[in-house]
Design a protein around this ligand. Sequence first.
Ligand SMILES: NC(=O)c1ccc[n+]([C@@H]2O[C@H](COP(=O)([O-])OP(=O)(O)OC[C@H]3O[C@@H](n4cnc5c(N)ncnc54)[C@H](OP(=O)(O)O)[C@@H]3O)[C@@H](O)[C@H]2O)c1
Length: 331
Amino acid sequence: MACRVDFNKKSIVFITGASKGIGRTIAVELSRNLDQNSIFVLIARSETGLEETKSQILEVDKSITVQTYVMDLSKSDLDDYNRVFDKVLSSVDTAGIEFGLIFHNAGHVGTLKQTTDLTDLKAWREYYDLNLFSVALLNNAFIKHVRPIAPQLLVVNITSLCGRSPTVNLAMYGSAKAARELFFKVLAVEEPKVIVLNYSPGPVDTEMFESIIKDAQSEVLKKSFEEVKKSTVLTTTQTIHLVYAMSPLIFLLKLGWDCRYRLPLLITIGFMLLDVRMQLDINVQTRRIPRRRALNQGLHHPGDGNDNDDVSDDRSDDSWTTIEEDEEAIY
Ligand SMILES: NC(=O)c1ccc[n+]([C@@H]2O[C@H](COP(=O)([O-])OP(=O)(O)OC[C@H]3O[C@@H](n4cnc5c(N)ncnc54)[C@H](OP(=O)(O)O)[C@@H]3O)[C@@H](O)[C@H]2O)c1
């Protein structure tokens, strides 16, 4: 089902990593557009960060409901997520909700060392707990709890180019992003009614970006991030506005994807109909190709004794004939 996300509708929105950076901006910018009765659920570890995001949302619109949940997503399990959804859904008015949205945004850049130095299994496990396993389980809880109350679900996975192309020192980060992207691609195939997006925000000026410049083992990586910071780095607002700008394009792409079987069929039927019409036209044309008698009669040379010279200028209906008449004339 193709569906354009209408941000004016009453929605329930879950955002992980909403205490700062891109997550905070997603929350505040969305609050400018959503229906006033919408509900925001913000998740991260920092209570003060979440409270700051909440107050920024309420500055935009005081009638929006905002709930904050302090959670370490690297240590939570499915029961914790189910408890959050139960608590939220039992404490808000869910009537009239049209969209259920979740932004899987929380993330960490991981250990910034070359692959052969990534030997700490505990670090690997903690990293994947936060950046892959928690995302999968939280998403499952979201679908289970929010599907019954929201006719349309939208799942946004914040991903990165580093999950597609190899970048030195970013094996931990990139491999988790790659796995996450594929997880959501499978979700999209399995759940065609859910809108699933993988959004790569580009280089954005946040604490995570700074930490790469500060902590990377590779001088080349540090230098390239420093260069980007001086030139093309985006602000969090710029990257979130890009999502809005892309919304119609996303809609068209989704429509095209949804119609991938129907569209070629419709085009084929269209061409078949056109072909029948063309054949009809050709039949009609071959039966009634207008030809001037003068062409046949022109076999007689002017001035050869026949009085046909004036026929060439005769535009009356009698001067035109059908093929059949023509054929009779010839044979
Ligand atoms: N910045 C970029 O250039 C860039 C580029 C491509 C993709 N991204 C992606 O964008 C997303 C946001 O990154 P950002 O740049 O905005 O980074 P950021 O400013 O460092 O924010 C990261 C967010 O994740 C939360 N978080 C981290 N560990 C957590 C945990 N264990 N449990 C719960 N929450 C946790 C943080 O909150 P607490 O610390 O309060 O827990 C914070 O709200 C990430 O997925 C990142 O991979 C960023």
